[in-house]
Design a protein around this ligand. Structure first.
Ligand SMILES: Cc1cc2nc3c(=O)[nH]c(=O)nc-3n(C[C@H](O)[C@H](O)[C@H](O)COP(=O)(O)OP(=O)(O)OC[C@H]3O[C@@H](n4cnc5c(N)ncnc54)[C@H](O)[C@@H]3O)c2cc1C
Length: 455
């Protein structure tokens, strides 16, 4: 087949590229190649009954397929340049915010019209945080919720599928440059295109690295964030979450002067497994629908590790720590905060007797056998700091799931058009190492589509 544009990966980056291209030029012939399934066929086998934990499927239904890693996410679209990626460094701060707002308008138009936009503007919590050595970052956040996020994706797919070719369960194996065009190989076949948008997300990081090596596209290694997911009664954080929904708070540790931050806060949500290349880590989400709310709130506490020469494999470091928890716990480990500070493992009995009912079936264990001391010390310090603004955070029964690892793709060398050194070959979204969030990845998709349309 010959296409004007081929998009590799149907996560938010790929979807919003496709949307913008076809809206603005319905004549374009577009092919979208996706390693995972169509939305309706994305089913994680964990049912809490027969299959209790991750069985490491060949294609992870949570991370792959139409909607990408974001399909069953909490659907929090943060409109900010303060976190979620460094798109603004390529396209400028104002443009980046403008595109994130544009994406928000589309999400609202395609099913999110009843959802709320939260904002830190004018909140009293900024002062309270700073008085307690914590910094609340600025953001507006649209919380679609896992349920409405799914509806928006369904609506977008219903429209897009009529106007372009989707190839599901079709991982692209290779990209070749032939006479200034791009040849995309899959399942013993190939298709050609004038412009190629690569948007393979975090799950495609190893493949992306291979493509960059083959095409001699420079990359630089990035960072890895390591930590735990905290779960506690929703009331402990409700004063913050009712007003802000998600609060991104940073704490600078006294001992090592490391930054520890809250990440992905899910009021009344659930903790879930995440499988990245066969390694089981932890994540969280929550529903917009009150009927699906739990009594707990969860959020991650992460410490960023940047490595200097000669070490380059920051993701490998994170994977090794996650593997350790998988080795000890057969998957994710859960520990009561009280057990952690007393230096003892948690047991099924101690967790059952506790006042917080876990929303994820994880193995009770000892996180101090998994996490490096520096990281664990930082997390413990931050829990005590958060306890001052949300009393109860440092309660004995607060649950810590480990490990949460936020892998970052190596950063691909792309210019202000998000284009590689090859004209017409674009790398966007989390796969580029430039974005780490739904809003930034989606905005990068719109941006590249507009560059292509201009040409
Ligand atoms: C459980 C969970 C919750 C999250 N919650 C939030 C949140 O609330 N807010 C937020 O901002 N972010 C959240 N994130 C992160 C967010 O989902 C990602 O930042 C975002 O999805 C990145 O979009 P993307 O299009 O760049 O990549 P992805 O969404 O990862 O999509 C990439 C797609 O490319 C496909 N692919 C990979 N390799 C190939 C190949 N070789 N050929 C064909 N297809 C390929 C993959 O199957 C995948 O579907 C969450 C992530 C997870 C896992």
């Amino acid at each position: 087949m010959n296409y004007d544009v081929i998009i590799i990966g149907a996560g938010p980056g790929g979807i919003f590229s496709a949307y913008e291209l076809i809206k603005k030029n319905p004549e374009l012939k577009i092919g979208v190649f996706e390693a995972g399934n169509a939305l309706e066929n994305r089913k994680c086998p964990i049912d809490g009954d027969k299959v209790k934990s991750c069985i490491k499927c060949k294609t992870c239904a949570i991370m792959s397929g139409f909607g990408g890693a974001g399909a069953f996410s909490d659907g929090k679209y943060n409109i900010t340049n303060d976190f979620g990626g460094t798109l603004h460094e390529h396209i400028g701060r104002a443009k980046s915010l403008e595109l994130m707002r544009y994406v928000d308008d589309i999400n609202v138009a395609y099913g999110g019209e009843k959802t709320r936009m939260f904002s830190t503007a004018g909140t009293k919590f900024k002062k309270i945080c700073i008085q307690n050595k914590l910094k609340l970052l600025d953001a507006s956040v649209r919380h679609l919720g896992t349920d409405i996020n799914y509806v928006v994706l369904e609506n977008l797919y219903a429209e897009l599928k009529e106007k372009m070719d989707f190839y599901f369960r079709t991982p692209v194996e290779k990209i070749e440059i032939v006479d200034g065009k791009y040849r995309v190989f899959y399942k013993d076949e190939y298709s050609d295109c004038d412009k190629c948008i690569v948007s393979v997300g975090r799950i495609g990081s190893k493949w992306m690295e291979k493509v960059c090596n083959e095409l001699d596209i420079p990359t630089k290694s990035n960072r890895v964030d390591i930590g735990v997911r905290v779960e506690l009664p929703a009331v402990v954080f409700s004063h913050l979450t009712d007003e802000l929904y998600e609060s991104k708070i940073v704490y600078r540790t006294e001992k090592f002067e490391d930054n520890v931050r809250t990440f992905c806060m899910n009021p009344n949500g659930a903790v879930v497994n995440e499988n990245t290349n066969g390694i089981v880590t932890v994540n969280g989400h929550s529903y917009e629908d009150p009927a699906q709310h739990t009594e707990n709130t969860n959020f991650a506490l992460l410490v960023a590790k940047h490595f200097s020469e000669p070490f380059k494999d920051s993701n490998g470091y994170g994977e090794s720590i996650a593997r350790l928890s998988n080795m000890l716990g057969g998957g994710v480990i859960v520990q009561r905060f009280g057990d952690l500070v007393r230096g003892r493992r948690s047991t099924v009995k101690r967790i059952e007797e506790g006042l917080v009912t876990p929303t994820l079936a994880a193995t009770p264990g000892d996180l101090s056998l998994v996490l490096p001391k520096r990281i664990l010390d930082g997390i413990i310090e931050m829990i005590y700091a958060l306890d001052k603004i949300a009393p109860g955070t440092a309660n004995d029964d607060t649950l810590l799931y480990g490990v949460e690892v936020k892998f970052y793709n190596m950063e691909v060398d792309i210019d202000e058009n998000l284009e590689t050194k090859y004209p017409g070959l674009y790398v966007i979204g989390d796969g580029s190492g430039v974005t780490h969030s739904l809003s930034h990845a989606s905005a990068s998709g719109v941006y590249v589509a507009r560059r292509i349309l201009e040409n």
